[in-house]
Design a protein around this ligand. Structure first.
Ligand SMILES: C=C1C[C@]23C[C@@]1(O)CC[C@H]2[C@@]12CCC[C@@](C)(C(=O)O1)[C@H]2[C@@H]3C(=O)O
Ligand code: AKG
Ligand code: FE2
Length: 344
């Protein structure tokens, strides 16, 4: 039996002190544990912007391929997710993070768990904590939602279930579009036809910070997914790193979704589509920023390597083939070194 994504992440233990978020409501100054060195490149915004692609554009395949190659990210409009669903997801996410700290801790992720409330998994790789709290969902959120709202969780569950179903459709569409730009299709992946893709939903909260210049929302990282599809609220904060330009802000476009290339697509495309380094800085306006990331991947036993069709021009594979499960294990131990550890 193929292990679920949740089982795969559960096998990689995280220490308790890297799970429990600060009670952000109770602090008036940034504690030393959360002070990050001032980033000299945080304002290096040259007005550059990632492309915005209309899924109804007849050139969408080519545009998506170009965006993945040069940016590793793009915004997408006309994606088919209704605006009112995005608003509902946002309001349920706000309702969750507005609960008292003691209530949220009832749904705390276990050290051997993958889902629930807690700090981002990457916290253990940094000497300082991030100004962030998250809630991870894989499949049904019902068990954790019951811990938060014993009698009033149906709405949260319905909205998150509905969103995951719709996001799967968009993710499939985007995957075939992006693979199509390389002239490969979903059938060329080493996946049992019909087996489910691995997916997860991550609700991110960046509470108002007394000194946003000294704290970090979410530290620089690449996602492990094939693709990540992100909804961000109107407050800016997401930045991507572009070689030669530095950190570039991804300004929210109402109703648009941000698409990031993850490590699995990086390996699969033989580095033609590099996974994008990104981070979330804190909003200067003192508002509570939220984002919702849908991670779309491959089943845990799937072997990830560039399809032969991509290599038939004589190009050599840059990475040894790994199963998703193996790669998640390597990434959990080595974080940003993971790709270089499988380089041939
Ligand atoms: C499926 C997943 C991707 C993720 C780890 C997770 O199990 C759920 C949370 C995801 C997240 C969100 C914040 C950044 C990130 C690097 C992290 O620490 O947790 C990603 C993980 C990932 O892409 O590896
Ligand atoms: O909040 C954001 O804009 C980024 C979130 C993110 O990178 C993630 O959840 O992996
Ligand atoms: Fe990310």
């Amino acid at each position: 039996m193929t292990a679920t994504l949740s089982q795969v992440y559960s096998e990689n233990l995280i220490h308790h002190h890297h799970i429990v978020p600060l009670d952000f409501n109770s602090v008036r100054t940034v504690p030393d544990s959360h002070v990050w060195p001032k980033s000299d490149d945080s304002s290096s915004d040259h007005g550059l912007r990632i492309p915005a692609i209309d899924l109804k554009d007849p050139n969408a395949v080519k545009l998506a391929g170009q965006a993945c190659e040069t940016w590793g990210a793009f915004q997408v409009i006309n994606h088919g997710i209704p605006l009112n669903l995005l608003e509902e997801v946002e309001s349920e996410t706000r309702r969750l993070f507005s609960l008292p700290a003691e209530t949220k801790k009832k749904a705390l992720r276990k050290p051997t768990g993958a889902t629930g409330y807690g700090l981002p998994r990457i916290s253990e790789f940094f000497p300082k904590y991030m100004w962030h709290e998250g809630f991870t969902i894989m499949g049904s959120p019902a068990d954790h939602a019951r811990m938060l709202w014993p009698n009033d969780n149906a709405r949260f569950c319905d909205v998150m279930d509905g969103y995951q179903k719709k996001m799967e459709v968009v993710a499939e569409k985007l995957t075939s579009l992006i693979l199509g730009s390389l002239e490969i299709s979903g059938e060329d992946l080493n996946r049992d036809v019909g087996s489910p893709f691995g997916a997860a939903l991550q609700l991110n909260s960046y509470p108002p910070c007394p000194n946003p210049n000294r704290a970090m929302g979410l530290a620089p990282h690449t996602d492990t997914s094939l693709l990540t599809i992100l909804h961000q609220t109107a407050a800016s904060g997401l930045q991507i790193f572009k070689q030669g330009a530095g950190w570039v802000s991804v300004l929210p476009i109402a109703g648009a979704l941000v698409v990031n290339v993850g490590d699995l697509l990086h390996i699969l495309s033989n580095a033609r589509f590099p996974s994008v380094l990104h981070r979330a800085v804190l909003n200067r306006d003192g508002c509570h920023r939220l984002s919702v990331a849908y991670f779309y991947g491959l089943p845990s036993d799937c072997r990830v390597s560039p399809p032969l069709k991509l290599l038939n021009s004589g190009e050599k594979p840059k990475y040894r083939s790994v199963t998703v499960k193996e790669y998640v294990g390597i990434k959990s131990k080595n974080f940003q070194e993971a790709l270089s550890l499988i380089t041939i």
